[in-house]
Design a protein around this ligand. Structure first.
Ligand code: GTP
Ligand code: MG
Length: 197
């Protein structure tokens, strides 16, 4: 699949602001700073479609991007950023939960994990939660430019052993820096889109 068009539509906090046109949605979740916004920029060949945070925890809203006039990428605020207040954490939880709880248009959730680290408790909770709501999930190990091939292989095993992905939930690798994994990701995306259209 080729992404020819990517257009920012809306930053939403409340469900009443979500798009209402029933196009399917692919959402990106993961720890703050894991590379969600960078991944969307890399996939869409746009340097600044999504703001990449110098300071982690900056994305507080749900950002909808219309892709090829056909489906949406949904950039969710990251979790696990220590330096935010309890009130902010609560509002993060509400914003994300409102969206993930039974969003019919949402057909795949992309769970990003930093390939250098063991999944955190937040990552594990998020994965279990996605499974509880029956979302098909694609796990993407990000920032693979930062490790050697052999290290990556080891770390992928740790990720598998920790998350114990359900059959059908694949694990992909990605680097927004050198675009490693981009073709594979787009292939998987294409099959998802074709399935639902
Ligand atoms: P929040 O919006 O805070 O939830 O973060 P995010 O998950 O959207 O992360 P973002 O894309 O803003 O990236 C965070 C930092 O990691 C930035 O400094 C990026 O340049 C860097 N980064 C993201 N992806 C990669 C990657 O594949 N390789 C390398 N080396 N750096 C990356
Ligand atoms: Mg972001």
């Amino acid at each position: 699949m080729e992404i020819k068009q990517a257009e920012f539509i809306i930053s939403a906090v409340h469900p009443s602001q979500y798009p209402k046109d029933k196009r399917i949605e692919i959402a990106f979740v993961g720890r703050s700073n894991v590379g969600k916004s960078s991944l969307i920029n890399a996939l869409t060949n746009r340097k600044k479609l999504v703001k990449v945070s110098g300071t982690p925890g900056k994305t507080r809203l749900i950002n909808f991007f219309l892709i090829n006039n056909e489906f949406y990428f949904v950039d969710l605020p990251g979790y696990g950023y220590a330096k935010i207040s309890k009130t902010e954490k609560k509002s993060w939880g509400k914003v994300v939960e409102d969206y993930l709880r039974g969003r019919e248009e949402l057909k795949r959730v992309i769970l990003l994990l930093d390939c250098r680290h063991k999944p955190t408790n937040d990552d594990i909770t998020m994965y279990k939660w996605l499974k509880y709501y029956n979302y098909h999930t694609i796990i993407v190990a990000t920032k693979v430019d930062k490790v050697s091939k052999s290290q990556l292989f080891k770390n992928l095993k740790i990720i598998k052993d920790t998350l114990k992905p359900e059959t059908g939930d694949e694990i992909l690798t990605f680097s927004s820096l050198n675009k490693q994994g981009k073709e594979e990701f787009l292939k998987v995306l294409e099959s998802v889109i074709n399935f639902y259209s």
